[in-house]
Design a binder for this molecule. Structure first.
Ligand SMILES: Nc1ncnc2c1ncn2[C@@H]1O[C@H](COP(=O)(O)OP(=O)(O)OP(=O)(O)O)[C@@H](O)[C@H]1O
Length: 410
């Protein structure tokens, strides 16, 4: 039924009952796992991950692996896909392989990693045990984990996404040691750590550095042609003939501009479809793609600012005003501070000291919202430093205006 005859069928005409744009929007979800024939440009990397995991097919310990690469370069996808294929092969050898995927951005303490791992592997009917959400000591969670591994799995592949967010890397040492030592657990463990930070191994504590043997693999970013192919492979998300010819080339070119980020390319395509749908358009055009790019950037930026206090937003807004619309403009702390005093006054907020504003700028730098270069503090001269935006000033301004208090400034 189309919206035209919706009223005739007794349906409420306030809503739409047709789906003119998407055939299956789920294909454009980031968590959607494409089939092996739809993976672009990662054959070599898949083989290397497979090599590291290969011993697991026969119940032996895999080689631990660190995978590095920029956002959206297919690290998580490759790790998950190869692990799942290995799991199938192992079943044929009567070896039970379990896969646990842990996002260390969310589970960053040792206890929460172990608890999550134990609950993902646990099969209560085999282990006779439950894993409580809270209430156990880290040591008790470890003891439950060993029992779960012994009863539920021959080999466990532990994928630690955003491994650089782990607050304590001791968990790597304990898991790898247990996987080698049948006195602790009679089950093997393979760890795949994933990170955007190529220098992460330098950050490991000496104890872990010397005991955690692993291979490393770097994923390059995609070029515009590869992004195009990745998007072409997800075209089934749309109804036939809905995408105009320019849509996929433009979405891939825009995503390739900063670095070839497949996540961004997919986001742009999905948002373009949604914008077209919300406008009740019959097809998706390059205008929708451009609007979607802005929306994706604003959403990403808004996530970075989540939980940021209004005072910080006022400081950031002051920096935006000082840039005069130029992303590359480098503004001194002092200029930002003078602007901030006016902004705080307009907002009827307490005026913070220059030193406190400098601290807030440092926090924004830490969040990757701005880039600061601090040149130390001259005696009696206040803080010297320059700051620049990492995102288009117009997008930053629009995201800041989503804050009800800041919005009163315009
Ligand atoms: N080579 C590829 N072929 C098909 N789809 C891909 C490819 N690489 C990435 N994708 C898709 O792009 C999205 C992002 O990929 P993935 O999550 O693996 O990136 P990542 O490198 O782990 O990024 P992050 O560091 O942000 O977690 C996913 O939806 C994934 O399926």
């Amino acid at each position: 039924m189309t919206s035209d005859d919706a009223g005739g069928g007794g349906r409420d005409p306030l809503f739409r009952y047709d789906q003119p744009i998407f055939a299956n929007e789920d294909i454009l979800k980031i968590s959607h796992l494409p089939g092996p024939d739809k993976i672009v440009g990662r054959d070599e990397h898949m083989s290397k991950v497979a090599q590291a995991l290969n011993p697991a097919i026969f119940g032996r310990e895999p080689t631990h692996l660190f995978i590095f690469g920029k956002t959206g370069s297919g690290k998580t996808l490759t790790a998950r896909l190869v692990s799942e294929r290995l799991q199938n092969e192992a079943t044929r050898e009567n070896v039970e392989v379990k896969i646990a995927v842990i996002d260390c951005g969310e589970q960053h303490t040792e206890a929460s990693v172990i608890k999550t791992l134990a609950s993902q592997v646990n099969n209560p009917s085999k282990s006779g045990m439950t894993i409580p959400e809270r209430g156990l000591s880290t040591g008790d969670y470890y003891n439950r984990l060993w029992q779960v591994l012994d009863t539920c799995s021959d080999v466990t592949i532990v994928i630690l996404d955003e491994i650089d967010m782990l607050r304590d890397d001791e968990v790597l040492r304990k898991l790898s040691r247990a996987g080698e030592n049948q006195k602790i657990v009679d089950s093997r463990i393979g760890i795949i750590g994933i990170s955007n930070k190529i220098d992460y191994p330098e950050e490991l504590t000496e104890r872990v550095k010397s005991s955690f043997a692993h291979d490393e693999l770097v994923f390059p970013s995609y070029d515009a042609n590869q992004l195009r192919e990745i998007l072409e492979n997800r075209k089934d998300a749309f109804k036939p003939d809905v995408l105009t010819d320019d849509v996929i080339p433009l979405a891939s070119a825009l995503a390739a501009q900063e670095h070839g980020d497949a996540r961004k390319a997919i986001d742009i395509l999905r948002n373009a479809g949604r914008i077209a749908r919300n406008e009740s358009a019959e097809s998706v055009t390059d205008d929708h793609v451009r609007a979607a790019k802005e929306k994706s950037e604003a959403d990403r930026f808004s996530e970075l600012l989540e939980g940021t206090a209004t005072q910080s937003k006022a400081v950031l807004y002051s920096l935006v005003l000082q840039t005069g619309g130029r992303k590359t403009a480098e503004i001194t702390t002092n200029k930002i501070y003078r602007q901030y005093l006016t902004v705080a006054d307009d907002l009827d907020m307490d005026q913070l000291s220059e030193r406190r504003v400098q601290e807030l700028l440092q926090e924004l730098d830490f969040l990757n919202v701005i880039q600061s270069e601090v040149r130390g503090r001259g005696r009696g001269q206040g803080v010297h430093g320059t700051h620049r935006l990492l995102e288009d000033p117009d997008i930053v301004r629009r995201v800041l205006l989503r804050d009800s208090r800041i919005s009163t400034l315009e």
